[in-house]
Ligand binder design. Structure first.
Ligand SMILES: [Cu+2]
Length: 355
């Protein structure tokens, strides 16, 4: 009810203001003044605001850089991240001077060529040379930047092959947490199906699949060995999430019903990064970067990058799936599916492409 009253007040306010303006307009017309043509004094004042705005605007940008510059991400902790940062820096180097130059011209001209009754504007209907110049130069520069960006994109998104020396991890997203799964001794992920999700089997691993029995999964944090390629597989249980690992310059959507991929090679351990940032509490994080619901802000998981030795030791201490839970898929399958969304997702969540 109060909302309705506020809305009514706003609408009536707007009507009242428009009435006042139209009355003032009529008064000006009656006096013989054209209210749409500002007088010379007001015009000069407006013109002077232009360079004033320019200075305040650039001043604010510089102030932000000084005040918040240290909030930028630290150096990249992954191999491809260095290439991404280089691409970003080159783009900045190209566009910053153009941005500054064109904005100076924009506000300078608005000030210099403010209306003057003693000056007559030059009339140029068309200039082919000029048209070609200001089309060709930006087009060429953009083409180079786009092609360079595409080649970097292709390089970082090509999945690792079977021959590559790598570890594999599946990141499973759901409202509102992450689970990381390692394939275990056999190096193969077991099949999973959303219909088998029950109790502690939150990934719906199929216990009848031999590959699943030694799979390991962790929730609080997950480990990566330094200087080793990691192939990630992303899945989601309910809605679209996005796996964001900013320190590694990595981000990939997690989509229900399909598996998405991303790979990277960590090059700095957590301990090294604590030293680089000068922050003894520094940790790598996996965050959700897709607004997926009420607790989205809290959907994160710690990542520890350690030596391969420490990684192997940690992994060997994690429990295998079979030791955690054995369920009966046949029984679960027989239960009637009442939740239509779960059924639909389950249809295509088989991880067959990994085997
Ligand atoms: Cu999410």
């Amino acid at each position: 009810m109060t909302d309705l009253l506020i809305l009514l007040g706003v609408v009536l306010g707007i009507i009242a203001i428009s009435k006042v303006v139209s009355v003032l307009d009529m008064v000006a017309t009656a006096k013989g003044e054209n209210s749409y043509m500002p007088n010379a004094r007001e015009n000069r004042f407006q013109a002077r605001l232009m360079p004033g705005f320019l200075i305040a605007y650039f001043g604010f940008i510089v102030w932000q850089l000084v005040a918040w510059g240290d909030r930028m991400l630290p150096v990249s902790a992954s191999e491809h991240g260095e290439i991404v940062d280089e691409l970003m820096n080159i783009t900045w180097i190209v566009i910053t001077p153009v941005f500054v130059f064109t904005h100076i011209l924009l506000f300078y001209f608005a000030w210099k060529y403010a209306y003057d009754k003693n000056r007559k504007a030059a009339y140029i209907s068309h200039d082919n040379k000029l048209e070609i110049l200001w089309t060709a130069i930006p087009a060429t520069v953009l083409l180079i930047l786009v092609l360079y960006g595409l080649s970097v994109w292709n390089e970082i998104t090509t999945p690792l092959t079977a021959e590559d020396d790598k570890i594999e991890i599946e990141l499973y997203a759901r409202q509102f947490d992450w689970t990381a799964r390692y394939p275990g001794e056999d190096g193969k992920f077991g099949k999973a199906n959303v219909r088998l999700i029950e109790g502690v089997n939150m990934l719906g691993l199929d216990s009848t699949d031999a590959n699943a029995s030694d799979d390991k999964y962790v929730k609080a944090e997950f480990y990566l060995p330094v200087n080793k390629d990691v192939q990630f597989y992303f899945r989601a249980q309910d809605v679209i999430h996005s796996a964001f690992m900013p320190h590694f310059r990595a981000q990939m959507n997690c989509v229900p019903g399909m598996t998405t991929l991303f790979k990277f090679k960590p090059i700095k351990t957590t301990a090294e990064m604590k030293e680089i940032t000068g922050d003894p509490d520094f940790e790598y994080y996996l965050l959700c970067n897709k607004i997926c619901g009420a607790a989205h802000y809290n959907m994160k998981m710690e990542i520890k990058v350690v030596s391969e030795e420490d990684y192997n030791k940690w992994l060997s201490e994690q429990k295998e799936f079979l030791a955690v839970e054995v369920n009966e898929p046949a029984e679960v399958e027989a239960t009637p599916q009442t939740d239509s969304t779960q059924t639909k997702v389950g249809e295509s969540t088989q991880l067959s492409m990994l085997n």
